[in-house]
Design a protein around this ligand. Structure first.
Ligand code: NAP
Length: 424
């Protein structure tokens, strides 16, 4: 017996011992529950192609972080073991490469996000549940006979949000996936984080301001949350498109740490980086004059993911007829606006939600993703800092849920990202 097949039997027997019944699906037939002993008889014995989690009948042992009620991730997320049948028709079997933990994922689990994946029993959970996570990169493991454009080894991302990405394996329909046409030179991290934050930054910069491209290098955008995934993407895209950026971050514990973060953003191409305290200080007007050559260079777009006083300060320095796009509410404070900004400066206040935009514009979404990945491949778009959370066959659900709980804690060194550590 090879090392690999020993591994298979060990994993299979542990999963058999720890759960009472399994739900499996064969061909197009509805899921049918197997008892533990029946299941164990089926999965043990000969194992295909050395894959540790795939039985002789092609059933994959999968785990998903699911929730069946809303609440804090640490309280409501649990790891659900289930099996995935071989794909049929247009179905595709996938294994996780990497999946980020975005603020919206947590809001969704808390039940305070407008889009809520339906609670279902499709995976054989005791109570109707949803798989957490919206973004992620997966590798195609096998495809049904009706699949046209995907093959084993391809990398894919989710076409829509709400499809559940915090899982080791999944079976989805080909129509639910976007194929990464050319993965050469790209990493799972880059692909798993491309479809939400970079796309949001890209569309907000392109679609809400009629930039005067003849004035390249003389027009500005201002943003808060500048060290976020979206903020970092906005800095880099604006830099490449000849726009200057004024970036607002929150102070760190020490001046050294604050300066290090500022330097980090300057390296990405930021024109100016200030702290929230500087933005709200009396001295800010003078700083601004210096940045914008005594106001000769207009600030024509504000990107707001914070709200509260911070957002009001951004709006106040916009040039007449400019736009402020609100796309997040990290401080949980409302956006308050002096009426004069609307009456006399004719400012326009918009909101942007990439999920809705992507659903309405699937082709544009695909092209935007391709554009960002091309920039990434050519070294023009840098990776975000991440805190990698390794997910192995032995990782406990509580460990993964605790990592999810950290997502909204603030002052983080990087975005949490689940990384599936297995060849299968
Ligand atoms: N509307 C859309 O389509 C869309 C798409 C993508 C993202 N978003 C939103 O954009 C925001 C950023 O997402 P992301 O994934 O880029 O974030 P991220 O990389 O996880 O970073 C979180 C950001 O939020 C800041 N932050 C956290 N708590 C804060 C607070 N109480 N007050 C002020 N700032 C706070 C952090 O600053 P510190 O480092 O100082 O803590 C950091 O800049 C989120 O609100 C997210 O929901 C919206």
């Amino acid at each position: 017996m090879t090392m690999l097949s020993t591994g298979v039997l060990r994993v299979a027997s542990r999963s058999c011992a720890s759960s009472g019944r399994f739900t499996m699906k064969a061909g197009t037939a509805p899921f049918s529950p197997f008892s533990t002993s029946e299941f164990c008889n089926r999965v043990s014995g000969r194992l295909t192609e050395g894959r540790r989690y795939i039985s002789v009948y092609g059933y994959t042992q999968a785990k998903a972080l699911v929730y069946s009620k809303y609440g804090e991730p640490k309280d409501v997320l649990h790891l659900h073991k289930h099996s995935i049948p071989p794909p049929h028709g247009t179905k595709v079997n996938l294994r996780l490469l990497a999946a980020p933990l975005n603020p919206a994922d947590i809001n969704q689990i808390q039940g305070v996000y407008p889009s809520k994946p339906p609670f279902e029993t499709t995976l054989g959970t005791g109570a109707p549940s949803a798989v957490a996570g919206n973004e992620g990169a997966f590798e195609v493991v096998s495809v049904g006979s009706g699949v046209k454009d995907l093959a084993k080894g391809d990398w894919v991302i989710m076409k829509r949000t709400g499809q559940g990405t915090w899982r080791t394996h999944a079976q989805l329909d080909e129509s639910q996936l976007i194929k990464i046409e050319d993965k050469t030179g790209l990493t799972p991290l880059q692909i798993s984080t491309v479809s939400v934050n970079p796309v949001t930054a890209y569309r907000m910069i392109k679609d809400f301001c009629d930039w005067d491209w003849l004035r390249s290098g003389e027009e500005w955008l201002i943003q808060n949350g500048a060290n976020s995934g979206v903020g970092r993407a906005a800095i880099q895209l604006a830099h490449q498109w000849g726009l200057k950026t004024l970036n607002v971050i929150r102070e760190r514990k020490t001046p050294e740490e604050t300066n290090a973060l500022k330097e980090d953003l300057y390296r990405l191409g930021a024109t100016a980086v200030i702290t929230e305290s500087e933005l709200l200080s009396r001295e800010f007007r003078d700083m601004l004059k210096e940045f914008t050559r005594q106001g000769k260079e207009p600030i024509r777009l504000a990107l707001n993911c914070v709200g509260g006083k911070n957002a009001t300060a951004l709006a106040k320095i916009l040039a007449p007829n400019s736009h402020m796009v609100t796309y997040g509410a990290m401080s949980r404070q409302p956006v308050e606006l002096p009426s004069g900004l609307l009456i006399f400066k004719n400012l326009v206040f918009d909101g942007f939600w990439v999920s809705r935009w992507g659903d309405k514009n699937p082709d544009a979404k695909k092209n935007t993703i391709k554009d960002v990945l091309d920039m990434t491949r050519s070294g023009k778009f840098q990776d975000i800092p991440v805190e990698e959370i390794k997910w192995t066959a032995d990782t406990e659900g509580a460990e993964l849920a605790a990592a999810a709980q950290e997502t909204l804690s603030g002052f983080r060194s990087g975005k949490g990202i689940f990384k599936w550590e297995s060849e299968d």
